[in-house]
Design a protein around this ligand. Sequence first.
Ligand code: CP
Ligand code: NVA
Length: 304
Amino acid sequence: MENFLSISKCSTAQLQELLELSAELKKSYKNGLRDLCLAGKSLAMLFEKTSLRTRISFQVAMADLGGHALYLKPEDIGIIGKREPAKDMARVLSRYVHGIMARTFSHDTIIEFTRFATVPVINALSDWSHPCQAMADVLTIKEHCGRLEGIKIAYVGDGNNVARSLAFACAKLSMKFVCASPAGYELDADSIGRVNDIAADTALQISDPIAAVKDADIVYTDTWTSMGQEDEKAKRIKDFEGFQVNAQLLNNAPDSVKVMHCLPAYRGQEITDEVAEAPNSIIFDQAENRLHFQRALLKKLLSK
Ligand code: CP
Ligand code: NVA
């Protein structure tokens, strides 16, 4: 594995290896053991959009492994390609650092980085996917459910970057994915088709959130308005009416169901405060696992 661009580009064996390494590193981290495998290594972190979890968890992961992270905030770099082309940035940064992590609007920008960088490139969220989030989520599901095989994720909301990465993770790791969205906000048919080509009958797009959560092990939601869509916020709040993850919806799910959200959560919109704070909400375990998964990812990609 040279880059971490999207779940679809990784093999099942690579994903399983990363999950095992994440669990191992999490255990040693909790026991206070340090692994300085990235001593002397640097990671450039390019952000076209804001972040709390991704920025801090990558920065702490690099420091914890003995390395160093450089944060380039949206104000520093603006839209990648505006001051200088992504292909030039990729080649310049490759002369300074040992890895590049980027959060971009267009997924093509990340692809362009991988074409020209001579160091590993990590996708830290694009409009198309959020693979680090999906892998931290899968790690969390494994911890809480004791297995991945046959687990059903009911994703209620926008068929966005987070939903897409989860759907691909399900296909690679023998899980099931049902997405319930209002008309016009479904996960695109091409992605659903590709997911089902990887593993038949993995993903299903429906419009009924009640039907989706029935028999679900996990109910997952994300913001209705992703970064870059702020102008559509009022319309989206109206269009997503009936798709809130609330106590009433969860009455249709099994008692053992767990609730997940990648955060940031807009309480009162896609999720109620009550549900986010309930004992079966595992949203902060997910957030913590961003750190543990990314330590494994950085070790795997950068410690060569
Ligand atoms: N979940 C997630 O990626 O959070 P940030 O946008 O805060 O990084
Ligand atoms: N779908 C959201 C995820 C934020 C972590 C966004 O792209 O803004």
